[in-house]
Write a protein that binds this ligand. Structure first.
Ligand code: A2P
Length: 275
């Protein structure tokens, strides 16, 4: 087996018609399976909070670039673009991407897109942002966008992970965001963080699907009901395919209708791509 060169040893080819070459600004390793990083934002790069974009590295030995879809974790007006990724030991991209350091260069697609955007859900009272694992990424974007607080009276960020240490960004949602210049005050008044852990004891244990079906989610939020309300509640889903499928079925059974960019609805979904 040939040893793969670390990404910083590879000089990306020049920008192409499909991707920019951007500088890595910082990298944060949460666990041996999770990390975040940020890149510089090309002035012409525009996106809506909640959208995803292709991220990648040049191929080895002049091969084709390896690109994967990632939700942008920054709000649409941010100066830098943040991403939240898993590390897969034998993953074609993440085995190399996890080794990036500040000062390296990576590829950034030129066409962000996606359905986890405020425009794809109808007006409502409450927005549930439900994610598993790195499916938290788009909520980092939406929950840091003042527009989310203009449109909804309450935002609930639900994050389901296997172990407590996988609750990346817990500090942000439990405190850091309240000091945010733009959304701090709104977040303090309107944002609820609802982490759940499936493979270790925790104050709110189990899969989010089970906590929805038992009514625990609604009771914990102080809502006097044990199911979603198609008039008041809007939902976005991101994460494992299994979670999305199961949650979408629950939402439909409770009367919510899936939406899209073309036709806004009560809920929208997107799987977390690299996994
Ligand atoms: P579980 O530990 O019960 O499988 P993963 O690390 O595999 O991406 O999973 C992230 C989290 O998503 C885990 O806590 C996992 O729970 C949860 N999960 C997996 N499948 C489902 C599902 N169908 N519905 C709800 N949560 C799920």
């Amino acid at each position: 087996m040939t040893e793969l060169a670390p990404p910083h040893a590879i000089k990306p080819r020049l920008e192409s018609s499909v991707h920019f070459v951007v500088d890595v600004l910082w990298v944060k390793h949460w666990t041996d399976r999770l990390f975040s990083f940020a890149v510089s934002r090309p002035p012409s790069f525009r996106f809506r909070s909640g959208e995803f974009v292709m991220i990648g590295l040049p191929g080895e030995d002049g091969g084709k670039p390896i690109l994967r879809a990632y939700s942008v974790a920054s709000p649409h007006f941010a100066d830098e673009l943040e991403f939240f990724s898993i590390k897969v030991a034998d993953g074609p991209l993440t085995s190399r991407l996890q080794k990036i350091e500040a000062g390296d260069q990576i590829l950034l697609g030129k066409k962000p897109t996606g359905t986890l955007v405020l425009d794809a859900v109808k007006p409502g009272k409450r927005l549930f942002l439900i994610g598993t694992g790195t499916g938290l990424a788009p909520w980092l974007s939406v929950a840091r966008d003042p527009e989310a607080y203009e449109r909804f009276e309450q935002l609930i960020v639900c994050h389901t992970v296997r172990e407590v240490k996988d609750l990346a960004y817990r500090d942000l949602f439990e405190g850091g965001i309240f000091a945010d210049e733009l959304v701090g005050d709104e977040a303090r008044a309107k944002l609820a963080y609802y982490p759940t852990v499936t493979r270790e004891p925790f104050k709110t244990p189990g899969r989010i699907t089970d906590r929805i079906l038992s009514g625990a989610l609604f009771h914990d939020l102080g809502l006097a009901r044990d199911r979603f309300d198609a008039v008041e509640d809007r939902v976005m889903l991101c994460g494992s395919m299994a979670m999305i499928k199961d949650t979408a079925a629950i939402l439909e059974a409770q009367g919510l209708v899936e939406g899209s960019n073309a036709e806004p609805g009560d809920f929208v979904l997107e799987r977390a791509f690299v996994g």
